[in-house]
Ligand binder design. Structure first.
Ligand SMILES: Cc1cc2nc3c(=O)[nH]c(=O)nc-3n(C[C@H](O)[C@H](O)[C@H](O)COP(=O)(O)O)c2cc1C
Length: 242
């Protein structure tokens, strides 16, 4: 079989299975993750498409003492509130998205037994992002800050590839935008080149199946809600004009 051929029957079933099995995992077992496994995931993910094959992604992989030290520095910055607040979303969010955000928060804090009005408990949970939710490996993704939104789209495709390649190997992940705000702490720690900006982080490891936070159901819009099919109901071969 050449590299471009698929096995008979195709891969649809297995790819769809991995896509739907992936979840954001926020509690991990202590089982370590080898350098070889992580390298294999990143190697597979590097097949992501990008505009003119520019491949704008950079990734920093942390474990052990450096991961703990970065986490401690971020927790300190988070607690000191020395950085400007997050601007991940516009204010206000478009109403439909705002509704889904509220639904997410209800499910998330509900699974953790945190009352939404309990600001301190919520902050403690947010803080857990910085220890990569206890995962054995943490990744920081960066991109050249001079690049525009289409290159960030390339980065997003790479990040999703990482999560899918991981899941296909039985490894869990959680993408984390929470790191982006802390670029001024992360960049010197990782000795990033000056043109790079922190885009997001990712926890990686083996999820704890017993943790209720890992068993949340995150609903999706039905395909019909986000899709508009054009031209499919016209007679085959009908000319579009004239
Ligand atoms: C770009 C991006 C950033 C995210 N940032 C965070 C984060 O900082 N912390 C977190 O706990 N989850 C984060 N998530 C996970 C989302 O909450 C999650 O993908 C969403 O609720 C859907 O759930 P699922 O991934 O389990 O399907 C992020 C997801 C994406 C795609």
């Amino acid at each position: 079989m050449s590299a471009l051929e698929l096995p008979s029957g195709g891969l649809t079933g297995s790819v769809d299975h991995v896509l739907t099995a992936r979840r954001s995992v926020r509690a991990y077992t202590s089982r370590p993750l080898s350098r070889e496994l992580v390298a294999g995931v990143l190697d597979a993910a590097s097949s992501a498409p990008s505009n003119s094959n520019t491949q704008p992604w950079r990734v920093h992989v942390l474990t052990g003492v450096p991961m703990k030290e970065l986490g401690d520095a971020l927790v300190k910055a988070f607690q000191e509130r020395s950085l400007p607040p997050s601007t991940h979303f516009p204010d206000p969010l478009p109403p439909a998205l705002s509704e889904r955000q509220s639904d997410f928060a209800q499910r998330y804090y509900g699974a953790l037994g945190i009352d939404r009005s309990d600001v301190e408990a919520r902050a403690r949970q947010t803080q857990r992002n910085f220890s990569f939710f206890g995962a054995p490996v943490g990744l920081i993704f960066s991109v050249d800050g001079s690049l525009g939104r289409h290159s960030w789209l390339d980065l997003g495709l790479f990040v999703q590839n990482v999560m899918i390649a991981a899941k296909a190997r039985g490894i869990d992940t959680c993408p984390q935008v929470s790191f982006a705000r802390f670029h001024s702490v992360i960049a010197p720690f990782l000795q990033m080149s000056p043109e790079q900006v922190t885009a997001c982080g990712m926890a990686m490891g083996f999820g704890d199946p017993a943790a209720s936070v890992n068993r949340m159901d995150m609903p999706r819009q039905r395909m019909e809600e986000f899709t508009r099919m054009v031209g499919f109901d016209e007679p085959v071969g009908a000319a579009a004009h004239g």
